[in-house]
Design a protein around this ligand. Structure first.
Ligand code: HEC
Length: 145
């Protein structure tokens, strides 16, 4: 055989052996199987979806609580302490919520007071569920969401 032909033959053999190497190692468990990283990413995306689902919306969750319990005294006609709870802009203009800090917000303090002065004034306190919604909304940044 010619020496150049031998060189090519050896070259091809080496090529085949090297490219097959990764697959063999994988079978022996020396390399992680492809797709493992992909699985972790899927889990993260799922977690994000769950958080979004639990978010409290101002328009859909918080405003209806105000309409049902507060606007007869904090509405367009009657506005105790000039606080109008019929819309997001009028609410935030009175600085009764500190975004991200429910406990430091006078609105949250007023609905959780143990005794006199609790809002709604002269009525039953808000349900724990409603109080939790308002708390969650303020702690999430009190946005017009
Ligand atoms: C029966 C009438 C009435 C209802 C209903 C009512 N309030 Fe009030 N609210 C008042 C009065 C009167 C004041 C002023 C006296 C005071 O601060 O205690 C006041 C004051 C407030 C203040 C303080 C405002 C400031 O600038 O100091 C907040 C906050 C408040 N109310 C929130 C609410 C919320 C939230 C609701 C519904 C869950 C509500 N109120 C329902 C009568 C009412």
């Amino acid at each position: 055989m010619q020496s150049w032909a031998l060189t090519i033959l050896v070259g091809i053999t080496l090529c085949v052996l090297l490219s097959g190497c990764a697959a063999v190692k994988e079978e022996l468990g020396l390399l992680p199987p492809p797709g493992e990283e992909g699985a972790a990413t899927e889990e993260e995306e799922w977690g994000e979806l769950e958080t979004e689902e639990a978010a409290v919306s101002y328009a859909n969750d918080v405003q209806p609580i105000f309409e049902a319990n507060c606007t007869r005294c904090h509405g367009r006609r009657r506005q105790e302490k000039k606080l109008n709870l019929t819309s997001y802009p009028t609410l935030v203009s009175r600085n009764v919520v500190s975004p991200g800090d429910a406990e430091g917000s006078s609105l949250y303090q007023k609905i959780t007071l143990p005794g006199s002065g609790r809002m709604p004034l002269q009525g039953d306190p808000l349900s724990q569920q409603d109080i939790d919604k308002i708390k969650k909304w303020i702690n999430a940044g009190a946005t017009d969401n």
